[in-house]
Design a protein around this ligand. Structure first.
Ligand code: GLN
Length: 276
């Protein structure tokens, strides 16, 4: 039977044309099939695959060649050092979104029972990470999609933060009355004609999680408008947006009466999150 090493080499050559990270992709898929981590592949290059493993692996490599995202093939993605269950019903977590977490944590005092809401929670990464990092806070999370909420609830159970209150809602529409110290969201913000949509993982992700009307700004506007009546005095709104939406987001926040409006940059130096 083929060894891990020869199987990986074959997959890398097959994936070369489809992905910028053929070796990483080949390794992640093999780890998934074997139920092992990457250090195992390094430690046992001459171990052999059994016929079922080989068959399953070749099918996954073939799916990857069609462009299917690794996170949907393996059903998981790491975010803020935790593994999240991911399905094609939810957006794949991006490292960019860790900036939202960093800023949120800086705004949430430790040991105080602040109230936080994550709008459009998808897989739940934001709500769950904040709840796990700040055990004293009350966390609510919404999504318009019932299937996304199922994924988020499974992730909350996986990370033992069952105290999160989930609510199926279009932004604040069906959120029970009450005010929040922090409203956080990574809403859909791509314009419908954004050419990136035809590239990479975006082709396979739910459209409702990605695209928004008015050049990608419509949902950010709705959130900023409705959050005004749901924020405590001195509360904060934190919204992720596109690298080219800094001016528009700031203008929108200021016109709605938000103070101390600032935009923060992600690791690649792009404007990514606006705070008010
Ligand atoms: N909140 C989720 C995330 O950050 C989903 C965001 C979305 O679907 N637009 O990944």
């Amino acid at each position: 039977m083929p060894t891990l090493k020869s199987t990986l080499a074959e997959a890398v050559s097959l994936l070369q044309a489809t992905t910028e990270s053929p070796l990483l992709d080949a390794e992640l898929l093999l780890c998934h099939v074997l139920g092992k981590d990457r250090s195992y592949l390094r430690a046992w290059p001459d171990a052999e695959l059994n016929p079922e493993q080989l068959h399953a692996y070749r099918a996954l490599v073939n799916d990857r060649r069609q462009g299917k995202p690794i996170a949907y093939l393996t059903g998981t993605r790491e975010f803020w050092s935790r593994d999240f269950h991911i399905s094609p019903d939810v957006l794949i977590p991006r490292p960019d979104t860790e900036l939202l977490i960093e800023l949120s944590l800086a705004l949430i005092p430790t040991n105080q029972p602040s109230r936080i809401i994550d709008l459009g929670t998808g897989s739940g990464i934001i709500a769950i990470t904040l709840a796990a990092e700040r055990p004293a806070i009350h966390v609510s999370a919404t999504d318009i999609s019932a299937t996304a909420l199922q994924v988020a609830k499974a992730n909350a159970a996986r990370h033992q933060v069952e105290r999160i209150q989930f609510c199926q809602s279009h932004w604040f529409d069906d959120v029970p009355t009450g005010k929040f110290d922090l409203v956080v969201s990574n809403p859909p913000y791509l314009a419908s004609d954004d050419e990136h949509r035809q590239q990479g993982d975006l082709r396979f992700e739910p459209l409702t999680a990605l695209v928004s009307a008015q050049q990608g700004l419509s949902d950010i506007q709705t959130i900023a408008e409705t959050a005004r009546n749901r924020l405590e005095n001195g509360g904060f709104l934190l919204v992720e947006h596109g690298y080219n939406q800094k001016e528009a987001a700031q203008k929108l926040f200021r016109n709605l009466g938000y103070h101390n409006v600032q935009t923060h940059h992600d690791l690649s130096g792009q404007p990514r999150v606006t705070l008010g």
